[in-house]
Design a protein around this ligand. Structure first.
Ligand code: MOS
Length: 672
């Protein structure tokens, strides 16, 4: 289905957070720390305050009132300590954006710097075992005898993969416009993936009851996780508006996003594995080192997919974290699964090469009956179908396994495959449906971050009501609507859709109005391993002189339950794979070891794929009928496209060149 808000968007009528016309709005510009660690000894705002149009300067000199329990990244100006370079340490409010920005440069901050440590190492003395990894997985798992499994193997592997810091770069930078009413109620137009949870977190930071805060995010220009929970801009707008006595807009620049809106943690991942003579895994260990800030423990779930993928008598996964003088890492499309599966699926390719087994075949040999770690049955698992269907469509059967053996003019050509998985979750959601204006209006505090959520929910409602989609209007993106979970974790459509369908059924019974709350239904979901699966196939070509790498074609085959809408689904899968190609070949934020923070801060130096980088890319899916998932029979599709993609490209690069690159991104320099 075409997007219901498509016309509104392409004609520029759809309003994004920074675009809401608000009378008397003032502008707030942040001042960022120039040191990576230390203490603020003084803030001299006198010059800034004397400048044209300046209304207020906020800093730890006179800390604004916030709840003591505010999440440390949101507890702006409460402490004198600096936790990372780029942290927001002051802010100027002025009548125009330009005046605020000019005055921000005139705020003089003195520091007492201390030695910092921003370098992740897998032998770092500060590495420790967090109590759990996100969102609530055990940190480590251990099954069987790893040493015995490795000792008896015919083929063994012990290698380390590394992935760099990566940044989400949504088209719409983070922005918030805050308005206080006369009786102390706050409205924020926010670039947010979750208005209900956003309201709760912002209210908690400000020490307000949630019912006094309203978050509105009707259109959001991408997030990928970076808007999954409120970032400092939301709280900054609120406290700046309180200080100025006027509505205030905070619109972060692309450069500022890199410092204050989170990033994908870098990882160092050791994989040990053994195969018997028949190609069956005898042991598999996946051990990860990653980082968080000194402010917040963010423990990414890098090795969890390894608990799901392959049958093995001995399986060990472990996560270790070190708290560095860096900003807090955060959500980025398939956090954990995505970097983790780069390592695991590269390792499977290395094992296949070492054992002389076709890499598709190796995965088929190691297909488990139940979830390897937990022993839970799968609600459905069609990885085998994805691999075999993909192999047939891609033309895999006559592949010559020899590396570095195919030349096409100046290009070395190779193909690679990787598998993917992503959990299928849903969370409680409410929704309402009503007969109104000669049609139907559905209300749910969902957010459409560009995925097509509004369109998918329109279709779900129309299907349930048995009416034409044109008769249905979905209202979302406002925390005053029925409470709903975040657009994240690939669980938006399943969570909101379940509630929307239930509300529409209730309307059909009542005739006029329907409401739904899926809290009890979600609690009653049976204990099963629920996962989407996929297989990505890539063909690359590499210029023998320059090392230039092109992905000539890519195919993804997915098993994701019922596909709610074909057009939207294809966009999600292709978008995920495109982002995966970026991860494989270009995306890397470089940590500045000397000064802290990052050395690259914009799209000129942080490259994401553009149209010219993508040649043939195709996503298809297999029919999957899974009635034990959720009432819709659908699995999430927002993230699985990126999982496995980088490994498929890396494996193709190996096949093309004979060079195994275990350190992302795979740049020409690493191949020459
Ligand atoms: Mo996504 S990282 O679950 O918003």
């Amino acid at each position: 289905m075409n997007r219901v808000e498509g016309q509104e968007k392409v004609t520029g009528h759809a309003l994004y957070a920074a675009e809401y016309p608000v009378e008397g709005v003032a502008y707030c510009y942040p001042v960022q720390s120039e040191i990576a660690r230390g203490r603020i000894t003084g803030v001299d705002a006198s010059a800034a305050l004397a400048m044209s149009g300046v209304l207020a300067v906020l800093s730890s000199e006179d800390p604004p009132e916030l709840a003591e329990s505010a999440e440390p990244e949101l507890a702006l100006f409460q402490r004198r300590e600096v936790a990372y370079r780029g942290q927001i340490v002051a802010a100027v409010v002025a009548d125009t954006y330009e005046n605020a920005r000019d005055a921000a440069r005139a705020v003089r901050i003195s520091y007492e710097p201390r030695a910092h440590d921003v370098r992740l190492r897998d032998d770092h003395p500060g590495l420790y075992k967090p109590d759990k990894v996100n969102p609530a997985y055990p940190t480590d798992t251990e099954k069987g005898d790893l040493a015995a499994g490795l000792a008896e193997a015919a083929v063994t592997l012990d290698v380390t993969y590394t992935t760099p810091v990566m940044h989400n770069n949504p088209m719409e930078p983070h922005a918030s416009v805050a308005l206080w009413s006369g009786d102390g109620e706050l409205t924020i137009y926010d670039a947010s993936q979750g208005v209900s949870v956003g309201r709760d977190i912002i209210a908690a930071a400000l020490g307000l009851p949630p019912e006094r805060v309203r978050v509105v995010s009707r259109h959001v220009g991408g997030g990928f996780g970076s808007k999954g929970t409120p970032r400092p801009n939301s709280v900054l707008a609120a406290i700046a508006a309180r200080a100025a006595g006027r509505p205030v807009k905070v619109a972060l620049t692309r450069q500022q996003l890199f410092d204050v809106t989170g990033y994908r943690t870098p990882t160092i991942q050791r994989i040990r594995a053994g195969l018997d003579a028949a190609g069956r895994l005898t042991a598999l260990a996946h051990e990860v080192a990653e980082q968080s800030s000194t402010l917040v423990e963010f423990a990414e779930q890098t090795a969890v997919s390894t608990r799901v993928m392959y049958a093995t008598p001995a399986l060990r996964t472990a996560h270790r974290l070190v708290r560095l003088d860096v900003a807090t890492p955060s959500w980025m499309r398939a956090p954990g699964e995505c970097p983790g599966m780069f390592a695991l699926e590269s390792a499977m390719d290395e094992l296949a090469v070492a054992a002389g087994i076709d890499p598709v075949e190796l995965r088929l040999i190691n297909e488990p009956d139940t979830e390897p770690d937990s022993g839970l049955p799968f609600s459905s698992r069609n990885l085998v179908a994805c691999l075999t269907e993909g192999a047939a469509r891609f033309g895999w059967h006559d592949r010559d396994p020899a590396p570095g053996a195919r030349r096409r003019g100046r290009w070395l050509v190779g193909t690679g495959v990787a598998a993917s998985t992503y959990p299928t979750r849903r969370q409680p959601s409410q929704a309402s449906a009503a007969v109104e204006d000669g049609g139907y209006v559905v209300r749910v505090a969902a957010v459409d971050i560009g995925t097509g959520a509004r369109t998918a929910l329109t279709r779900i409602a129309a299907d349930t009501l048995g009416v034409d989609a044109e008769l249905v209007r979905v209202e979302l993106g406002d925390s005053d609507l029925p409470e709903a979970p975040v657009a994240g974790g690939s669980m938006g459509t399943t969570s909101w859709g379940s509630a929307v369908a239930m509300a529409c059924e209730d309307l059909l019974a009542d005739g006029k109005h329907g409401i739904a709350d899926t809290t009890d239904a979600v609690k009653a979901d049976s204990q099963l391993s629920r996962h989407a699966f996929g297989a990505q196939f890539a063909e690359v070509r590499i210029d023998v002189d320059t090392g230039e790498i092109r992905v000539s074609r890519m195919l993804g085959v997915f098993a994701a339950g019922r596909i709610v809408d074909e057009t939207l689904a294809r966009s999600q899968f292709v978008g995920g794979m495109t982002m995966g190609i970026g991860m494989a070949l270009m995306e890397e934020t470089v940590t500045d070891y000397e000064f802290g923070g990052f050395t690259n801060h914009d799209l000129a130096q942080y490259h994401v794929p553009v149209n010219a980088d993508i040649e043939r890319i195709e996503a298809v899916w297999i029919d999957e009928d899974d009635d034990r998932l959720n009432p819709m029979g659908a699995k999430g599709i927002g993230e699985i496209g990126i999982v496995g993609t980088a490994a498929a490209v890396a494996n193709a690069v190996y096949h093309a060149t004979g060079r195994r690159i275990r350190d992302l991104p795979i740049t020409p320099a690493k191949l020459l």
